[in-house]
Design a protein around this ligand. Structure first.
Ligand code: BGC
Length: 785
């Protein structure tokens, strides 16, 4: 396994110095505390308290039982100086702690909010901030000081196993949604740890892989979302990623953690490592020097090595003191330091309403065909449906691994329909419900303890075959068929193309059989996609009448799906990533690892210096997502930004003007249809030609309307920093916006522009640190090669 487990007895009283004379930590005496600390205490403060309680406690992978059972980690306390231990718990879709504790009947369930991808698909910054507030409140009331989220890596490729935790293939969406989430969480007086900084774009060999990438793609894509979020929301902490970038581990990367993060962006918080022990090929002196303040989960050897490093002169005490200061500045902000009396009873009911609202708004309607001249959706006067697909009955609220949440319940499709007064056909429901119960018991019995991440969350159960005869029986009772197609993924494993990105043979048969039989009787077939990330749709979408992407929408999933299907809510989610026709259409698929049985092969493979195992070349460079499909005229199944509504909108009076170092954009959006709904205005910009190749257009801002009644209009106003209208000029280590005409476009997706406006801007440059140069030659994709 990649993740190291260790046994660590807490050593919190480290000094022989007398309690009586020692100063006690306050927000305004940090200098005094640092002066009073022994080297041992400093080293301990820079190292987490390990897997406290492990083994035998039921805690796994750094999850500790002492302060908050199931939280991911604890920082060291030094009682002599009044420095408390603080607790961090996993996120990002809610507070990941144990639901049950020994010795009490009380439960500690946390609300299952929608996964990152679903939240981003709302394109609604106020709503994301509201979700952040609810998550922050549960973090606080469950006695945690910070939550390990949001996940802010880019969807470089649809096969990445953790895309569900991340927001988008686009850095502006990632940055703005991330900032809204951080603001919401931190408004409750707890911190975040935005992760995984940076370029953690694959799970295969994630703890070692060298992500080789140009400085330009780094700055414009992989770092940009973090940059926007850091500048806008001042996160308390960031988590350095496991991987290397251009040969240097993130946690030991001075360029990344000091030059870029602190010097260029002005970050003031702490950086903690992702959960790993000491590395044989990375001296701890590099980690301390780089500006990685905290080693998590923390092992005693690391404390000793910091002490030895200082004594032998390999570690500069000034670097230690700088990191200690950052730690203390973090600690004085925490609820534990402030003595907050947490309740352990957050208002789960109120938060369930917020999760339902946000998951409903994050769902994306991909197809809404017609039958007898009428759109299939919303389903009016529907009283009984036949529900196919195992995940209709075992609806997946979130993904696997540290990002899962121990939720109090998950509303499945049967329940969601029932709550809206719609029943499901008895025979089919009986078959599936019995199968789900059987498959879950079997899964438990067959569990492989090595595959710990499959145990964290709700694994996908295998589909079952439903005979044609059975479908023929169902059609006589039901007014429509709903087929749920489920996809699961998570920490530690990337996805395969066959059977994961693509449909399995069994799923294909199910879709074609059900469609043939129902269509024969003039009855519609609706597909609900219950997946954390993108899948293939082009080969089967013509067979069905409607497709709704429900993502993994949290505990209220079934209710939210039915809200959309019945028209209680008008869908307003938009894709934050391109849905390609085939997985190989993304240029990054060519160098994305696709190792079956990855864990069994990895050590053997690792010796061979293989692409996708030891390193991944980002040859596609800046052509990630729609930037590629646009520039290379490659057809897609559904473009970036896409999503249907039950109403229609117009956009007019599109205007742009420069105000100092910003550009203001305005557009009037009108509901021109018969149903109230929300629209997202997406602003793309084409920059003037300069000395280097640029994407055809890039998203630079977006805004969502309020719920507009038929005929109602709203003027949306956005501002874009001049800095965000530049490209990265590697030769001079600067952001450079060429002088000339900028074409601003407004549209409702990347392939549907409805208005343009031009603006002449003078040249803009902004010097930044020279950092993170590739050590290897990359064969960069260019249009004009
Ligand atoms: C994951 C992090 C997580 C940490 C603590 C790591 O393996 O990559 O996202 O926060 O574990 O559980």
């Amino acid at each position: 396994m990649n993740k190291k487990i260790g046994v660590f007895a807490l050593g919190i009283c480290l000094s022989g110095a007398s309690m009586a004379q020692a100063p006690q930590l306050r927000a305004d005496n940090i200098d005094e505390i640092i002066a009073a600390m022994t080297l041992e205490e400093k080293a301990q403060l820079l190292t987490g308290c390990g897997n406290a309680g492990f083994p035998g406690s039921g805690a796994a992978m750094g999850h500790q039982t002492k302060l908050v059972a199931g939280a991911a980690g604890v920082t060291a306390g030094i009682p002599r100086l009044g420095i408390p231990q603080t607790v961090v718990a996993d996120g990002p879709a809610g507070v990941h702690i144990d639901a049950y504790r020994k010795g009490t009947n009380q439960t500690f369930f946390a609300t299952g909010f929608p996964i990152g991808t679903c939240l981003a698909s709302t394109w609604n910054l106020d709503l994301v901030e509201k979700v952040g507030k609810a998550i922050g409140n549960e973090t606080l009331e469950y006695g945690c000081d910070a939550i390990l989220g949001p996940g802010m890596n880019l969807h470089r490729n649809p096969l990445c196993g953790r895309n569900f935790e991340y927001y988008s293939e686009d850095p502006i969406v990632t940055g703005l949604i991330g900032a809204a989430m951080v603001k919401g969480i931190q408004s409750q007086g707890v911190g975040v740890s935005a992760k995984h900084f940076a370029v953690n774009s694959q799970e295969s060999d994630r703890t070692r892989v060298d992500e080789r990438v140009s400085q330009r793609a780094l700055r414009e894509l992989y770092l940009k979302g973090f940059e926007i979020m850091v500048r806008k929301s001042a996160p308390w902490t960031l988590m350095s990623s496991y991987n290397r970038i251009n040969g240097v581990y993130s946690q030991g990367n001075y360029d990344l953690l000091t030059k870029v993060l602190r010097q260029d962006w002005g970050f003031k918080g702490i950086v903690m490592t992702d959960w790993i022990g000491e590395r044989a090929d990375l001296p701890i002196s590099d980690v301390v020097k780089a500006g990685n303040d905290l080693l998590m989960p923390g092992f005693p050897t690391q404390v000793n090595h910091i002490i030895e490093g200082v004594k032998s002169g390999k570690i500069d005490i000034k670097d230690v003191d700088r990191n200690v200061r950052n730690m203390l500045e973090y600690i004085v902000k925490t609820p534990r330091f402030k003595g907050y009396k947490f309740s352990n009873t957050p208002n789960l009911k109120a938060h369930a309403a917020i999760t339902r609202q946000s998951s409903t708004e994050g769902m994306v309607l991909l197809k809404n065909g017609k039958l007898n001249g009428q759109h299939i959706l919303p389903m009016k006067q529907m009283s009984k449906v036949a529900l196919f697909g195992v995940n209709s009955y075992d609806f997946m609220s979130g993904g696997l691994g540290s990002g899962c949440v121990n939720v109090p319940y998950v509303v499945d499709m049967v329940q969601g329909l029932k709550n809206a007064g719609i029943s499901t056909t008895a025979q089919l429901t009986d078959i599936y419900e019995k199968y789900v119960a059987y498959a879950k018991s079997k899964l438990k019995a067959d569990k492989n303890p090595e595959m710990w991440f499959l145990d964290q969350g709700q694994p996908k159960l295998d589909e079952i075959e439903i005979s044609r005869r059975c479908v023929e029986h169902e059609v006589s009772e039901a007014q429509a068929a709903i087929i749920t197609i489920g996809r699961q993924a998570g920490e530690g494993l990337d996805r395969k193309i066959e059977g994961e990105f693509n449909l399995s043979a069994q799923e294909k048969d199910m879709i074609s059989n059900v469609s043939a039989v129902f269509h024969n009787q003039g009855k519609p077939v609706i597909v609900v996609i219950n997946s954390g990330s993108v899948m293939e749709t082009a080969s089967w979408r013509d067979l069905v009448d409607a497709i709704l992407v429900a993502w993994q929408p949290g505990e209220e999933g079934g209710n939210s799906v039915v809200d959309v299907l019945t028209g209680k809510a008008n869908p307003s989610g938009r894709l934050t990533m391109t849905w390609p026709i085939a997985a190989v259409d993304h240029p990054s698929t060519a160098n994305f690892p696709q190792q079956p049985d990855y864990y069994n092969l990895t050590e053997k493979l690792y010796a061979n210096n293989l692409a996708g195992v030891n390193y991944t070349n980002h040859d596609e460079d800046i052509y990630v997502g729609y930037r590629y499909f646009d520039a290379f005229d490659k057809p897609v199944a559904y473009p970036f930004g896409y999503g249907l509504s039950y109403t229609t909108f117009s956009m007019s009076n599109f205007a742009v003007k420069q105000i100092k170092d910003k550009v203001q954009v305005k557009v009037a959006v009108k509901n021109t249809g018969k149903t109230s709904g929300k629209q997202v205005a997406q602003i793309y910009v084409q920059a003037p030609k300069g000395n280097y190749e640029k994407p055809v257009k890039e998203l630079k801002s977006f805004a969502k309307t309020q719920e507009l009644a038929p005929g109602q209009s709203q003027i949306l106003t956005m501002t874009i920093d001049r800095r965000d209208l530049t490209s990265f000029d590697e030769a001079n280590s600067q952001w450079k916006g060429d002088a000339g005409e900028y074409v601003f476009m407004v549209g409702d997706n990347a392939a549907h522009i409805v208005g343009t406006a031009k603006l002449r801007l003078v040249e803009y440059t902004e010097k930044v640190s020279e950092a993170m140069k590739p050590q290897h030659t990359l064969n960069l994709l260019r249009r004009n090669k």
